[in-house]
Design a protein around this ligand. Sequence first.
Ligand SMILES: Nc1ncnc2c1ncn2[C@@H]1O[C@H](COP(=O)(O)OP(=O)(O)OP(=O)(O)O)[C@@H](O)[C@H]1O
Length: 637
Amino acid sequence: MSEAQTTHTFQVDLRGLVDLLSHHLYSSPRVYLRELLQNAVDAITARQALDPRAPALISVRTDEDRLTVTDTGIGLTEADVHRFLATIGRSSKRDAGAGAPQDEALNAGAGRRQGPGVVPDTALADRLAAGRADFIGQFGIGLLACFVVADEITVTTRSAADPAAPAVEWRGGSDGRYAIRTLPDGAVPEPGTTVTLVPRRDAAEWTRPDQVVALARHYGGLLRHPVDVSDAHGGTTRINAAPPPWQVRHGSPQARREALTEHCRTTFGFTPLDSIELDLPLVGLKGVAYVLPTSVHPSRQAGHRVHLKGMLLSDQAHELLPDWAFFVRCVADADSLRPTASREALYEDETLAAIREALGARIRDWLTGLSASDPALLHQFIATHHLAVKALARYDDELLRLLLPWLPFETTDGQVTLDEFARTHPVVLVTQTVEEFRQVAPIAGAAGLGVVNGGYAYDRDLVHRLPEVRPGCSVVDLDPATVTAHLDAADPAAELAAAGFLHIAREVVAQFDCDVVLRSFHPVSAPSLLLDNREARHERTRSELADSTGGLWADILGSLRSDVARAQLVLNHLNPLVRRAASISDRELAVTAVEALYGQALLLTRRPLRASENALLNRAFIGLLDHAMHEPREESL
Ligand SMILES: Nc1ncnc2c1ncn2[C@@H]1O[C@H](COP(=O)(O)OP(=O)(O)OP(=O)(O)O)[C@@H](O)[C@H]1O
């Protein structure tokens, strides 16, 4: 038996929808002005598509109790108002509805108006795509942003596309109701639109005259049509009087540079190291990347200011440039980026990916060009942003070849470039950790070894690639054997005299898989040196785990066993304390002395200690204390 099926249509709670779109889509109430400016710009664009000589002016006016935005744009007929203003989600900038005057304008805007007859589908699609590209709006919800600051919106409009149509007044409320009336002839003398808002009390701060000027500048500073903001006292400010410096012809390259620098100061508040002009004609993008004068952490990327057809989309757009370009801050104006519905971020699509790549290439070209054109600036740049360059050079062979020799590294010769370092050290040793470097560098340096600290991000990888750039030099990871091989052996007589102590020492540290050797090295003040590397430590951890776990894990861990160099405790025979320790005859004291020497060397490695190492340190400390407190009494006996 089949059950009767009934079909229903979703009901929309208009009040809820208006509330949702107007209050929750945008990050701040201030976006209401952006939406109004944007509609005005689009309306002028549509009108100029019909008549390129049509006036283009946007006037914002702040009065005691209201704010109005007037444009000389395409305007609307009564039918347009029902169709576009009063239908949430419908936009004249996107819909292909037949016969609507704005659609005509849109089609004309695409420059493809056809004669009478049927327009082929593909041509229609092209026209729509091109039309869409002319406008900033597309979603049909922007006007709702006004309900964040006002309960009622009034739109008075007269169509330029249909001059015979009467002017219309539309009043829409945040409760979803609207009323329309046609206005008498002459009530609106010129085509265009005026939107009026009476701000709610709680939103008055967003429509204050000074706030409106600031917001209009913020969002509309690069708009291509003039925007005037006037107040009740007759004062008028043109907020986009001067075009951005990259669009102006300057008397000389120097004058252009200065204008860009000044623009960066006023826009971002810093004086850039340099200004990199950006120009991607294919997507109609122009702008500048300003090189930050101070270093920044890669994860604290500065946001870029991105405009769409002059209208500010976001001043925190991170997506515009590749991550590695964290040393610049951009301002860019593009014709074909897609905003998200809140219009506060960029829509991640293929165009954005292509733009990102192209801008990345432009910045990289600037960087590679510097070594030839301005080495002094390159030095200054590297001194500030070497971390960024290192991050970049790892993935970019050409940049590596060009810049690696210029990059500074921490070495046993101090902070020097790899190029300088490789000239005096044909074999470059590189440590794996900062601790290893700190501990070994003074001793290795005194023994004539050239060591680079490979412990910082990217450094070890980069140092290993030096032979690609400087054939003839070699780079090896520093291991205990290399260092001990370069330390002077103690003379045989001293070695013999210390044999007993060394024997005890080997017994004591054997549990840590460590060997003991006697050498003479500088500085004399260093009694001992623990040479250990990360692999050896991992190997010990692995075998400790294999011993303490059973079954399958023990087998798996056992199968990972590898042969790595044992750690080495190198005692310095030049050090007076070690000489005295070597002559201790009391076994118990000798054990304590070894534990103390090992413990001190261990602490100098600055790595986390394991339980057994902590226990050793404890024992050594108590042992020494005990010895110190007992000795006088024993002597006095
Ligand atoms: N100043 C204006 N002049 C002429 N038409 C306007 C004006 N403001 C709004 N409209 C009409 O109202 C429609 C809806 O506007 P709304 O701002 O809600 O959406 P949109 O601009 O089309 O798209 P988006 O949501 O992306 O802003 C527009 O498509 C346009 O037809």
